[in-house]
Write a protein that binds this ligand. Structure first.
Ligand SMILES: [Zn+2]
Length: 430
C-alpha cells in the first residue's frame, strides 16, 4: 500500500518546508518536492505535517484501576496527535517484573481488539527488591546484549498514586547505580512528611520537596542516565541541568488558582504552582532547556476527584490536549515549530532509545500527525475521548487540532472518526 501526503508544511529534521511525503507500507519512503504516484492521497494543503507525538509519560491505569483503559486511552491519544505512549507502572498490581510487562502487553492487545491502538512502550516500576528485574528487563548498566523490554525504570522518590514509593536513600542510590535509564518522580518524601500540616495541597508539597529531591539526584545520579519527570519551574529545570528534563502541559498552562474554581479536580503531584513558576517554566521551554513534553495523563473518575483535597487522588488527564496546547502556544508566541517537533517527538525517541521513530525521514515509521493551524475549537470534555469524562482545560480556545493521525502508515484517526489501525509495542535500540 502507498499513500501520498501532499502539499503540507513538513517539519523535517533539517527544517520546515512545503512538500510531499510518500508512505509505503508502514514506513516513510520519500520526501519530495514533486508529486510521486501513490494508491491513495491526503491533501495537506494549509496543514502542518509533524512526526506523531511520542508521549513518554501516561497512566492508562491498567491493570486494576479506574479512569482509563487502552481503547479509550488509544482513542484519546490518536485524536490528540499522539502516536506512541510510554505507560507508567503504578497500576494494580504494579509493573515491577518482566512477566508483569508481558502480562500488560497481553492486556493492551485484548482491550484494543475492537478499535485502534496507539504504539506503546512500558516503563518498569522500581521497588525496594527488584534490582534483579531491572537486569532481566535489559535495563542494567552497563548495557548488556539482553533484549531491552522497558523504556526506563520509573522511580517514585515521593508518594503518589500507587504503592511504588522508595524513601530509603540507600535503595535509591543502588537502583540509580544499577539502571541504564531511570525516570524519576522527584519530590522528597521527607520534605512532604514535614509539610503534612499545610493548609492546602500546594503547601503540603512545596517546591522545596522537588528541589531537595533533585539535589539528591545530583549527588547519586549520572548525567545521561536520569530523566526527571514533570519539573514545575525554571529553578528546578536549571538545577536538574545535568539530566534529561520533562515538563507537562498542566504545569505550563495552569496554576494553583485553579484549585479555587475546580477544587480537587486540579490536585496533581507535583502541584500546580504560582504564576511566577509557570512563567519561568515557559521561559525554560522556549529557551530550549527542557527536553520533552510528557502529558503525565493521569485520569481519575469524577466521583473520586469530587472528594475533599486531602482524600481525593492526585492527577489530571491530558494526553489528548498536550500537542494541541503546545502547538497553539508555539504558534501564538512565534516559536519555531521545529523545536516543538523535537520537544514532542524526536527527543523522546532518542532519550528512551525508541528505534525508527521521532522524525519525518526516509526509513522511519510512518507515525504522522496533520494539524490545521486555521481551525480554532474550544476544549470540551464532551469532544474528548477520555473515559474519566472531564478535563482541566474546559473552555480553553485552541488553534491547531489534529485532523489526521497516521500510525504505521494507516489513518488511525481522521476528522473525528477512528479506524482499527494497530500500533505496536516499540522496539528499543541496543
Ligand atoms: Zn505520572
Amino acid at each position: 500500500m502507498s499513500l501520498l501526503i501532499k502539499n503540507g508544511t513538513l517539519l523535517l529534521p533539517d527544517g520546515a518546508r512545503r512538500g510531499n511525503l510518500l508512505v509505503v507500507g508502514d514506513k516513510i519512503a520519500s520526501v519530495t518536492a514533486t508529486e510521486p504516484r501513490a494508491e491513495s492521497a491526503v491533501d495537506a494543503d494549509g496543514m502542518v505535517v509533524m512526526p506523531g507525538m511520542i508521549d513518554p509519560h501516561v497512566h492508562f491505569r491498567q491493570p486494576g484501576m479506574d479512569g482509563e483503559d487502552w481503547l479509550s486511552g488509544s482513542m484519546s491519544a490518536l485524536a490528540g496527535g499522539v502516536t506512541t505512549v510510554l505507560d507508567m507502572p503504578n497500576t494494580r498490581p504494579p509493573t515491577t517484573s518482566a512477566p508483569l510487562l508481558s502480562e500488560k502487553i497481553r492486556l493492551i492487545e485484548a482491550q484494543t481488539a475492537g478499535g485502534p491502538c496507539v504504539n506503546y512502550g512500558l516503563h518498569l516500576g522500581a521497588s525496594r527488591s527488584n534490582a534483579k528485574e531491572v537486569l532481566a528487563a535489559g535495563l542494567g548498566h552497563p548495557p548488556s546484549r539482553r533484549r531491552r523490554r522497558a523504556a526506563s525504570l520509573k522511580l517514585f522518590m515521593g508518594s503518589s498514586t500507587g504503592e511504588l514509593l522508595i524513601d530509603d536513600d540507600r535503595a535509591l542510590k543502588e537502583l540509580l547505580g544499577t539502571c541504564r535509564l531511570t525516570s524519576v518522580h522527584a519530590e522528597d518524601e521527607a520534605v512532604i512528611r514535614a509539610s503534612a500540616g499545610g493548609r492546602d495541597h500546594l503547601s503540603r508539597r512545596p517546591k522545596e520537596a522537588a528541589l531537595s529531591a533533585i539535589r539528591k539526584l545530583l549527588s547519586w545520579g549520572t548525567p545521561g542516565r536520569v530523566y526527571v519527570c514533570h519539573l514545575t519551574s525554571g529553578e528546578e529545570v536549571d538545577l536538574a541541568s545535568p539530566f534529561y528534563r520533562e515538563a507537562t502541559p498542566h504545569h505550563l498552562f495552569l496554576t494553583d488558582d485553579l484549585m479555587r474554581t475546580m477544587g480537587s479536580f486540579a490536585k496533581v503531584n507535583p502541584p500546580l504552582r504560582h504564576e511566577s513558576d509557570r512563567a519561568s517554566l515557559w521561559e525554560a521551554v522556549a529557551g530550549g532547556r527542557v527536553d520533552c513534553i510528557g502529558s503525565d495523563h493521569a485520569p481519575h473518575t469524577a466521583a473520586s476527584k469530587g472528594r475533599d483535597d486531602v482524600s481525593s487522588p492526585s492527577g489530571v488527564p491530558g494526553v489528548e490536549t498536550a500537542l494541541p496546547l503546545m502547538f497553539n502556544a508555539f504558534l501564538k508566541a512565534g516559536l519555531p515549530l521545529q523545536a516543538l517537533a523535537a520537544l514532542t517527538s524526536w527527543n523522546a525517541a532518542r532519550i528512551f532509545g525508541i528505534s525508527g521513530k521521532g522524525a519525518l525521514a526516509v526509513g522511519f515509521d510512518a507515525d504522522i500527525t496533520l494539524l490545521d493551524p486555521k481551525e480554532e475549537r474550544k476544549v470540551s470534555a464532551e469532544g474528548l475521548h477520555y473515559k474519566c469524562g472531564w478535563t482541566p482545560y474546559e473552555g480553553m480556545a485552541i488553534v491547531g487540532w489534529p485532523k489526521h493521525t497516521f500510525v504505521l502508515g494507516e489513518a488511525a484517526y481522521s476528522e473525528g472518526s477512528f479506524s482499527k489501525a494497530k500500533g505496536r509495542s516499540v522496539v528499543y535500540e541496543v
